[in-house]
Design a protein around this ligand. Structure first.
Ligand code: EPU
Length: 342
């Protein structure tokens, strides 16, 4: 194992593109090297950062610990029956490329999750979701390196504590499990999920047979029309989670804003659309320094070119205060700010 690189520029490994250096940086290309990484003098379990595609992280400053980019590759068909395939992808596979690969094999399930930035290994952490589908719906198990026991362990779907943009890996398992591969159970026979109105509308416009690839194409079209391409305009996708509030709060708001988008959840709670709340405060395009609220989707903050962390922090604080003042609803950031508690 080579020594980690010192003072490494992390900016190109993040989609927001804020200035950031890692004190030490190395890459994992083979899960068998994990023990060696944990034996490095620079390794400290409490400060190590396991980095995927850097699409859900906002760096508030330089990172003073060791950063390990999970770069393992490989996709393998593990088993199949008449209806399903079980396929395992290594953590460092690029998510969208993996989705495309499964579609090319004729396996369906992940098409609604096309074009989400990031890696396969990061997908269970925040249980990525879009257009009526969450990745948990297709995950069979997650292979991890357990830093408590220094052994590999396979966590079944039910062990992973999946919820809306949440999982064990963000809660009790944070800092303990390094995800090295994810196993999916996908369908051999396609059945379309078009619960999300825009997908059905675009499919109708596209015409032709509704295949998994056609759904993926429709999703890509919607995403490209609303969401900025991180290669052009730095961003981390949704900057806030959609708030889940008590029914009484939603009812109060609906009296004043009858057209407010709202999605009843199990257990009597109601999910609101953070993008709509921000948009109603007329914040689309609002800019502080080099950071701005995206002009097509208010849930996304963008780097206009030379943003620094303080711009993003000031903008985010302003957005949250405006929404709180107007609607009495607190927004929760979706990406992790690192280092924490700054
Ligand atoms: N809306 C506005 N103005 C805006 C943005 C949204 O009025 O600027 C309204 C829309 O018209 C719609 C509602 O808010 O009535 C919801 O908007 P949209 O369907 O665009 O989805 P979202 O709730 O803003 C969520 C996910 C996205 C995912 C889309 C599509 C979260 C935090 N975000 O956004 O995920 O692509 O649904 O399923 O749940 C991501 O996590 O990075 C992400 C992009």
């Amino acid at each position: 194992m080579n020594s980690p690189v010192r003072h490494y520029n992390l900016t190109p490994h993040t989609t927001f593109g804020l200035p950031c250096k890692a004190a030490y940086y190395t890459e994992l290309h083979d899960e068998g090297s994990l023990n060696a990484i944990c034996s490095l003098p620079e390794f400290d379990r409490n400060t190590v950062l396991w980095l995927g595609g850097g699409s859900n992280i906002v760096f508030a400053g330089d990172y003073h610990g060791l950063v390990v980019r999970l770069a393992t590759k490989g996709i393998k068909l593990m088993a199949e029956d008449g209806d399903h395939v079980w396929v395992e992808a290594q953590a460092g596979e690029v998510w969208h490329d993996f989705v495309q690969y499964t579609l090319a094999q004729g396996w369906s399930g992940l098409e609604n999750l096309s074009l989400i930035p990031g890696t396969v290994g990061a997908s269970p952490v925040q249980n990525i979701g879009a257009y009526g589908v969450e990745v948990k719906d297709w995950i069979e198990s997650v292979r991890c390196f357990d830093l408590d026991t220094m052994q590999f362990v396979v966590l079944g779907h039910d062990d992973c504590g999946f919820a809306y943009r949440d999982s064990l890996f963000k809660q009790a398992g944070k800092g303990r499990f390094v995800i090295t591969a994810v196993r999916f159970r996908l369908n051999k026979h396609f059945s379309a999920n078009t619960v999300y109105g825009d997908v059905a509308k675009i499919l109708q416009q596209q015409g032709g047979e509704i295949t998994a690839q056609a759904v993926a194409d429709a999703v890509c079209r919607i995403r490209r029309s609303k969401l900025p391409d991180p290669k052009i305009l730095g961003n981390v996708g949704s900057f806030y989670k959609n708030p889940i509030v008590d029914a009484a709060v939603a009812e109060r708001l609906l009296r004043d804003y009858p057209n407010m988008p709202h999605y009843p959840q199990t257990g009597g709670k109601v999910k609101l659309a953070a993008g709509w709340l921000i948009d109603q405060c007329s914040l689309k395009g609002h800019r502080i320094g080099g950071a701005a609220v995206h002009d097509k989707q208010a849930l996304v903050l963008v780097n206009c070119g030379h943003a620094v962390a303080a711009d993003v922090r000031a903008l985010s604080d302003f957005v949250c205060s405006q929404v709180l003042q107007r609607f009495g609803v607190a927004l929760d950031c979706e990406p992790s700010w690192l280092p924490e508690n700054v």
